[in-house]
Write a protein that binds this ligand. Structure first.
Ligand SMILES: [Zn+2]
Length: 305
């Protein structure tokens, strides 16, 4: 008995590393992409995420360990559309041979809001007009394109897993379809005149276009530049004029600006929205689906009454 037990343990010890080596090493630039890769790749992939939970992918500073992670990867999944400005240099310096997968390939790109007066008057304020909006994942139909791109890239990198990747993607895409229906039903429950909110940075443009809630933000499509006094004053005027019911905090942004705007206008703080990052496992949004469900619950909670 003891002997057989030892043989079994030896077999397990030998099997475990071999299995780990077989897995496709995938690096995702930020947490939301990491979640998509995990859903499609499941146990055939080993996913590392560079910008982790509650991190800000706009302004990330890569570490030497990140270069090593990329050097060992088969695939590097990125959002593109200008989100990860720090990534090309990191990939180059890593010296690796990973295939870069742009998850937004095929998405109808949204430009930053151009009908506001943010940034006029020069100074050191970065101008967002004509800038590409990278936050395409905030529309669930777009998330389905991300997932299809990731599925195709995994099949190309690991053809032996094709059937698994197709089945996993199909199951996950069905969940995203259900999620999309739920978001539409939730928005429909909000009285039309109340479908307008303030968020910290312009992260919900694709969500707004897909679902019909208007978002206004003092900060542009990147968190790199701070909101100017002029931007904040213009938002305050707009909240009063349009009777915007609520302002929202973001998990990746300093809450003080929104607290100030709320205090000056009387618009209530409706809660925290997850824009560019998931939370750790014990938070409100450890997965993309949790994130969208949390956001829509927060929005309807603040706007319905
Ligand atoms: Zn953002």
């Amino acid at each position: 008995m003891i002997r057989w037990g030892m043989v079994l343990i030896a077999a397990l010890l030998m099997a475990a590393p071999a299995q780990a080596d077989d897995r496709v090493r995938v690096v995702a630039s930020f947490s939301i992409l990491g979640d998509f890769v995990r859903n499609v790749g499941a146990d055939r992939v080993e996913v590392s995420t560079l910008v982790g939970p509650n991190g800000d992918a706009h302004v990330y500073t890569p570490s030497p360990a990140d270069a090593k992670t990329i050097a060992d990867a088969r695939l590097v999944v990125v959002n593109g559309l200008g989100l990860e400005g720090w990534l090309p240099r990191l990939v180059q310096s890593s010296g690796g041979k990973a295939t870069i997968v742009t998850a937004t390939k095929g998405i109808k790109v949204r430009e930053a809001d151009a009908d506001d007066d943010h940034g006029h008057g020069g100074g050191d304020h970065a101008h967002d007009h004509g800038k590409t909006d990278p936050h395409a994942w905030q529309s669930v139909p777009n998330a389905k394109i991300y997932v299809a791109n990731i599925r195709d890239a995994l099949i190309a990198a690991d053809p032996a897993g094709a059937a698994t990747y197709r089945a996993n993607a199909e199951a996950y895409l069905a969940k995203l379809d259900a999620l999309d229906r739920d978001v539409r039903a939730a928005v429909a429950s909000i009285p039309a005149p109340r479908r307008k909110v303030i968020s910290t940075h312009e992260a919900f443009g694709y969500f707004a276009d897909a679902y019909g809630i208007a978002f206004i933000a003092p900060q542009g499509v990147s968190t790199e530049s701070e909101a100017s006094a002029r931007d904040v004053a213009s938002i305050i005027t707009q909240i009063r004029k349009d009777k915007v019911p609520a302002v929202f905090l973001e998990n990746i942004s300093d809450p003080r600006l929104m607290q100030r705007i709320s205090a000056e206008t009387g618009a209530k703080i409706g809660g925290t929205l997850y824009s560019d990052s998931l939370t750790p496992e014990n938070g409100d949004a450890p997965t993309y689906i949790d994130m969208v469900r949390h956001n829509i619950k927060t929005l309807t909670g603040a706007l319905s009454s």
